[in-house]
Design a binder for this molecule. Structure first.
Ligand code: ADP
Ligand code: MG
Length: 248
């Protein structure tokens, strides 16, 4: 199987079984450059497992995941991060006792060790990049705040920032607006729409208003397979989707 050159990510025939139970079953989908793809579907549909397979946390039983011509199913988790894929889990993994600045700073990719003038130049570079990312995640005024004092929503943004600072080409977010206020959800949609210049995003989400605000294309999963795929308009009016998901 060869990946179409114009897709950033090509998933083909992807399957994983846990003790004979196929959580992901012969799944194929393709993500474009600069695309925001949203994956929806009932609990247990296999959404989180798909992200686990892409980031190498779970090994596929069969099928292929091609990213920029690289076969991810043959790679380890850290190699996949290096290849340009960032993954945010449902619970934020930030350092509560560090400030916003420090949380972002420690996430800046390390190069080889440098000395003197070069180290100074690197410090400059890190500070500028931290400032830029802090602006994007609405935390520019909170750089010296200890992360423990941030609201739930701000903690989620900080973790997105910790991924952004590594400049991934594909960013994957699992239910990023769960527990957020309406206003925070709106700002998160704005944030995601802003960061897709030069990168693609895969988001798992249940909040249909939020999905509508961000999705270029929606993939509906059910029992490890695609139930429907296309524009929000299209999947929303698909009787199969209404029956197994939206109707509830
Ligand atoms: P979703 O994110 O769509 O709610 P998941 O991907 O978390 O669904 O789970 C899909 C199915 O696979 C569920 O039935 C879940 O219990 C099962 N599953 C997920 N991970 C494992 C695992 N590591 N071992 C066994 N079963 C798993
Ligand atoms: Mg899940």
């Amino acid at each position: 199987m060869t990946a179409q050159p114009n897709f950033l990510l090509s998933v083909e025939g992807l399957t994983v079984s846990f003790d004979g139970f196929k959580a992901v079953d012969d799944l194929s989908f393709y993500v474009d450059e600069n695309e925001i793809r949203v994956i929806i579907g009932p609990n247990g549909a296999g959404k989180t497992t798909v992200l686990d397979l892409i980031c190498g946390r779970t090994k596929a039983t069969g099928g292929s995941i091609q990213f920029r011509g690289k076969e991810l199913t043959a790679m380890r988790e850290h190699q996949i991060v290096h290849a340009g894929i960032g993954r945010k889990f449902q619970n934020p993994s930030i350092y509560d006792d560090l400030t916003v600045f420090e949380n972002l700073e420690i996430s800046f990719p390390r190069g080889r060790s440098v000395f003197g003038a070069l180290a100074f130049k690197r410090d400059q570079e890190v500070r500028e990049r931290v400032a830029e990312v802090a602006e994007t995640i609405f935390l520019a005024d909170q750089l010296d705040t200890s992360a423990e004092y941030l609201s739930h929503g701000q903690k989620q943004w900080l973790e997105i920032g910790m991924l952004l600072i590594q400049d991934p080409e594909l960013l994957m977010l699992d239910e990023p607006v769960a527990g957020m206020s309406v206003n925070e959800r709106k700002k998160t949609a704005e944030l995601l729409n802003r960061i897709t210049k030069g990168r693609s995003v895969i988001v798992i989400e249940h909040d249909m208003k939020f999905v509508e605000d961000i999705a270029h294309k929606v993939t509906v999963l059910h029992q490890g397979r695609i139930l429907s795929e296309g524009s929000m308009e299209r999947v929303k009016s698909d009787p199969k989707v209404v029956e197994v998901y939206l109707g509830h």
